[in-house]
Design a protein around this ligand. Structure first.
Ligand SMILES: CC(C)(COP(=O)(O)OP(=O)(O)OC[C@H]1O[C@@H](n2cnc3c(N)ncnc32)[C@H](O)[C@@H]1OP(=O)(O)O)[C@@H](O)C(=O)NCCC(=O)NCCS
Length: 374
């Protein structure tokens, strides 16, 4: 057997597919540019975190003010993009709308070359465009007038304002900001890898982000937060949830929001977010939802010794914040686009075409058979 064939790892499990200075994912730590995600979650705004990912260092106060101003300057969508958002059929999933919206926005981005500063300009544009695309689409679906962005609001509060036409409460802003920080970056996950593969062909930033959005949509990746909420939403008591999950696990059904390719002792981000499940369930007067949450978690642990990943608490937290489930994965994009863009820039800076090999499992060589003889 050749060394190439022996080195095959299904799903690329355990394969080091590249180097990165952006993020370190290990069993006992998760670092963005060297900073612990717990510290960032406690202290940093999403904008600080996005600056850190894109530039490699935390911003000074003037740098942060300028960065926020640049994002605010790019929030308004071109009229033609809004028209397309109106034309997309109502039943289209938000992730598909976002994929189309980002792609369309790319045609309005005048930065032509792919040099480092132009990539940063494009990164800011796409960072600003994503929440606007989600918010405008929500307003269109609700039959409500579109709202001008309000410069000066945080990224989280701006989204809540543009989507729902009201000021975010301090708790909403804090928790949405927290989830954006937790979702911002995660090394060579499937969507980031897709973005890097696309970038490695020297395609443009918007193409790479579109590839990443398509990849994130699936329930084995970012789509798990919405799927986890639908699972929790099926039950009204802990014992009901437990009985269903036991039976499902017997049948080898995958429980959404559980398991992770890398983490074996639990997902750092889930531990950080979980306390808000109980706090919000209490605040919203729906304690039974927290009971169902814990019953499912305990059953999966008892039966399979598998921990929840970040998507499990996040689905319920977004539900408690009043967000429609169809936008949960799109909110993941709103955060992760910062990490994707950092990886696109890093890939460009030290590019080599990503082109692995496959193991051939088809027929042995055989003679062509003329059409008339088949
Ligand atoms: C994330 C995920 C795709 C990682 O998959 P993976 O590394 O390929 O792991 P595998 O699918 O090989 O799973 C290994 C074992 O754990 C089980 N397992 C993993 N995740 C599971 C889940 N969510 N529910 C039930 N069993 C699970 C598998 O069935 C398998 O069990 P077996 O050895 O008895 O057959 C997988 O855990 C999953 O599908 N989770 C649900 C979707 C999700 O939450 N995705 C978000 C990830 S952040």
């Amino acid at each position: 057997m050749s060394a190439e064939v022996e080195a095959y790892h299904p799903g690329l499990e355990g394969v080091i597919a590249g180097e990165t200075a952006i993020c370190c994912v290990e069993q006992d730590r998760l670092l963005y540019r060297g900073y612990d995600v717990g510290d960032l979650a406690r202290h940093a705004s999403f904008e600080e975190c996005a600056f850190l990912l894109l530039h490699g260092e935390l911003p000074t106060a003037p740098e942060l003010a300028l960065f926020k101003k640049q994002i605010d300057g790019e929030r308004e969508l071109p009229g033609a993009v809004v028209e397309v958002l109106r034309a997309i059929p109502r039943q289209a999933p938000m992730m598909d709308v976002l994929r189309t919206g980002v792609s369309l926005c790319g045609n309005f981005s005048s930065a032509k070359s792919q040099g480092a500063s132009n990539l940063l300009t494009r990164a800011v544009r796409v960072l600003a465009a994503v929440p606007s695309l989600i918010a405008v689409r929500l307003r269109i679906l609700a039959g409500k007038p579109l709202l001008e962005p309000r410069p000066g609001l945080s990224h989280a509060a701006q989204f809540i304002y543009m989507a729902f036409g009201r000021e975010a409460t301090a708790l909403e802003e804090k928790i949405l900001n927290l989830t954006l920080v937790l979702y911002a970056e995660h090394e060579y996950n499937a969507s980031t890898f897709a973005a890097r593969v696309c970038t490695s062909t020297l395609s443009g930033l918007h193409s790479s982000v579109v590839a990443a959005i398509g990849t994130l949509k699936g329930p084995l990746h970012g789509g798990a937060n919405e799927a986890a909420l639908h699972l929790i939403d099926q039950f009204r008591s802990g014992p009901d949830a437990r009985a269903w999950v036991e039976e499902a696990l017997e049948k080898k059904v995958k429980i959404m929001g559980f398991g992770h390719r890398v983490y074996r002792n639990g997902d750092h981000r889930a531990f950080i977010l979980e306390p808000y499940v109980d706090e919000l369930a209490k605040a919203r007067g729906e304690p039974w939802r927290a009971e169902v949450y814990h019953a499912i978690k305990q059953t999966v642990w008892d039966k399979k010794k598998i921990h929840p990943n970040v998507d499990y608490p996040c689905g319920l937290v977004y539900y408690f914040l009043g967000f429609p489930p169809d936008i949960f994965t799109a909110l993941f994009v709103m955060a992760r686009v910062s990490g994707w863009c950092a990886h696109i820039i890093e890939q460009h800076e030290n590019n080599r075409l990503i082109r692995p090999r496959s193991r051939y499992t088809g027929p042995a060589p055989r003679a062509y058979v003329a059409l008339a003889a088949r």
